[in-house]
Each structure stands twice: as C-alpha cells, then as structure tokens.
Ligand binder design. Structure first.
Ligand code: NAD
Ligand code: DAU
Length: 351
C-alpha cells in the first residue's frame, strides 16, 4: 500500500471536500491530513465538527491564489500529495462573475502546481498531485452517447472553461516537468452538506419553506447523479490505485431529466413532511433558462469500474432519501447557511 504521510486536501470545508477529508482522517490514522480552505461562502467548518479534534487532522485557513502563502506552506510542511478540490463550483455564479472562476480555478491551480513542483525540485518519487475535475469540461451531449476519457474537451460555461483550463495545466505539467498527477472528472454529486445553491438542496430548502421551485427552461435537461460518499470512495481508490498521468471518469450510471428528478423529490418530501401527495409539485415554477445551458451529461464510468473495481453503492432513491433526511434533521445547518449573504444571492439570481 502507498504510505504517503502528509496529504494536503484543498477545499476540504466544502461539500465534496468535507466528505473526502472525513474519509481520509477516519480511514488512515497513519496519514496527516491538512485541510486548506479559504472559507468562502461555500466553505463551512460545521461540515467537519465530528473530526475537528482528530490527532491526524489540521485545518489551515488560506487562499490557493496567494502565491507567497502557498509557497511558504509547502516549504514548512513538504506535503507529499495534494488532493485538489478547492474551486468556485457553481455554474450560475460563473455566468455573473467569470473572473472569480479564472482566479481560483485556473490561477489557484497554477499556484499549487508551482509550489508542489518547487517543493520537490523535480524529484517526485512517491509524490502525487490529484486534481479533481468535472464532466462539464466535455461540453454537452445530445439525446444519446456518453462521455468517455477520450471525449474532446468542449466547455460551454465560464465554470467549465475554467475547470478545463486547470485540467490542461495539470496535464501539461505532467508532460513538461514529469509532475506526477492523476485527474478525475465526475458527474453531478448530491448528498448531505451541499450548499443550497445547487438544484437538490435548493429545492429541498424551498419545499420546506413552501417557496417556488424555479425549474430552468422546460426542465428537459439531463444530469447523471452520484451520491457524494460514492464519489469520496472513488477518490480514495484513484488516489491509492489509479495509474499516474491517467484520467478517470466517475459517474452514477444514473441519468435523470431535471423535471422528473424534481417530481420524485417532491413526492419524497410530501411523505417526509406529512403533506398531501402533490402538494410540493404545485410549487414547481418554470423560469427563464440558464444561458448556455448544457442539454445532457452522462458518464461512461467503465474504466474505473473495470480497472479499479469501483461502482456506486446506493441507488438514487436511497441516496435521495438519506439526503432529504439529513437536511430535515439538520435545520440549524440549513438556517445558518441561508441567512446573511444567501438572501441577496437568491434575490439577484431568481427575482
Ligand atoms: P464547493 O463549492 O462546495 O466547495 C468549494 C470549497 O473550496 C469551499 O470550501 C471553498 O471555501 C473552497 N475555496 C474556494 N475558493 C478557494 C480559494 N481561492 N482558496 C482556498 N479554498 C477555496 O464545491 P464542491 O461541489 O464540493 O466541489 C469540489 C470540487 O469538485 C470542485 O473542484 C468542483 O469543480 C469538483 N466537482 C464538483 C461536482 C459537484 O457536483 N459538486 C462534480 C464534479 C466535480
Ligand atoms: O456535472 C458536474 C457539475 O454538476 C459540477 O462540476 C458543478 O460544480 C455542479 O454545480 C453541477 O453543475 P450543474 O450546473 O449541473 O448543477 P446545478 O445543481 O446547478 O444544476 C443541475 C440542473 O438543474 C441543471 O440542468 C440546471 C438546473 N437548475 C439548477 C438550479 C440551481 C434548475 O432548473 N433550477 C435551479 O434553480
């Protein structure tokens, strides 16, 4: 087994990052896990309350775009591996403020690559830079077909363009400087601790509060949904057993049209909230479409399945129920993240 000891996880206070941090801290007591996060609106240390005092866990507040700070951090700690999740992650925000996405997703990734490279002075034995990316870099599918690892990049939003650019830089550092890397491109995640700007938690919160459910366009857009803990397991597997310089696609084998997903969510919420069946569906409101809205994403995850034996562990119905239960049982978490600046974001995005 790989015996890497000092792992820097960036963006570990966010949605997916917090699940990855918890998994590594609990599973690998011989690793020292450093969670570097700027605590933007999407970062929340409440996500990690249960492990914050673990002896093999350290939180560092800091910005990946701050070159001096990042270089100093690497010379102090000499991280032998990086799992890089920190990013601006919401497509709608990238449409209103694209530059913020270039700064964090492109420049931030470059700063980390440079720091990692100069820390090890090109002697990369036993080191790894693991870059977490998205299926959105491949652009959009029509009604048929799947994204494979060899699908050409064709990003359509400022978010996906910034992620595509960061993927290219990681690969280029591998080719040019022999920097040891692996990249994974995952489909839509859902589960506990997701910030309620993304479809599923936003709609759960609105159903709880009897607010309209703003479905973009005609709702006939398709996404491939994966339970977040299954993504964290895939990251663990790729980190330890993935082949260097390779890309792995991760997906749920689980395509849903938005409108069908929203109807299923409404039915499950009606049951949980003891409302009349059909009550939540009445909240569905079709609103102006997202500009450049990708029609369909769907991942061919056969490479990670065949080479590393990974597959999702829960069905969508099970995962969705666990997710709903978590939000209903964690009202304080939801109230905390939806107070303050969330209100002005919501007003601007949906008014
Ligand atoms: P998120 O928005 O929930 O969390 C991002 C985290 O990064 C936050 O904790 C935030 O504080 C931190 N961060 C942002 N800018 C930073 C900076 N400049 N310096 C340091 N920290 C900073 O995102 P997520 O949904 O958990 O996504 C994590 C990663 O996974 C991203 O790289 C995203 O592109 C990728 N991804 C997400 C999904 C998904 O469905 N959410 C799917 C595939 C890939
Ligand atoms: O595919 C992976 C990507 O999935 C990740 O890289 C991104 O970080 C993540 O945000 C997600 O992107 P999407 O744009 O697909 O996710 P979002 O939850 O924003 O939207 C899912 C679908 O629901 C999409 O077709 C847009 C639609 N939607 C979304 C919101 C927020 C609505 O109809 N109404 C809404 O209010």
């Amino acid at each position: 087994m790989n015996t890497k000891r000092k792992i820097l996880i960036t963006g570990g206070a966010g949605f997916i990052g917090s699940h990855v941090v918890r998994l590594f801290v609990q599973k690998y007591s011989n690793y020292q896990v450093f969670n570097l996060d700027a605590l933007t609106y999407a970062g929340n240390l409440e996500n990690l309350n249960d492990i914050e005092n673990a002896p093999n866990y350290t939180f560092i507040k800091g910005d990946i775009t701050d070159e001096n700070f990042i270089n100093e951090l690497f010379s102090t700690h000499k991280f032998d591996s990086v799992i890089h999740l920190a990013a601006e992650s919401h497509v709608d925000r990238s449409i209103t403020d694209p530059l913020a996405f270039v700064k964090t997703n492109v420049i931030g990734t470059m700063v980390l690559l440079n720091a990692f490279k100069s820390c090890w002075k090109d002697n990369f034995d036993g080191k790894l830079f693991y870059h977490i990316s998205t299926d959105e870099v491949y652009g959009t599918l029509g009604e048929t077909g799947l994204f494979t690892e060899s699908t050409s990049y064709d990003p359509n939003s400022p978010y996906s363009a910034s992620k595509a650019s960061s993927d290219h830089f990681v690969r280029a550092y591998g080719e040019t400087y022999n920097l040891p890397y692996v990249i994974s491109n995952c489909s839509n995640n859902y589960g506990q601790n997701q910030f309620p700007e993304k479809l599923i938690p936003l709609f759960i919160n609105n159903i709880i509060n009897n607010k309209p459910l703003p479905v973009y366009g005609d709702g006939n857009y398709t996404r491939d949904w994966l339970y977040v803990k299954d993504h964290a397991d895939a990251i663990d597997l790729i980190f330890h057993e993935g082949k260097q310089s390779e890309t792995y696609n991760i997906g749920g084998f689980n395509e849903w049209k938005n409108i069908d997903l929203v109807k299923l969510l409404c039915q499950q919420m009606d049951k949980k909230l003891n409302r009349d069946l059909g009550a939540s569906e009445k909240l569905i409101t079709f609103v102006k479409d997202r500009p450049g809205h990708d029609l369909r994403y769907a991942i061919d995850a056969s490479k990670i399945n065949k080479e590393l034996g990974w597959k999702p562990s829960v069905t969508f119905e099970e995962g969705l129920e666990k997710t709903i239960d978590w939000y209903l049982n964690n009202e304080n978490w939801l109230n905390n993240v939806t107070s303050g600046t969330y209100k002005s974001y919501y007003q601007k995005q949906y008014s």
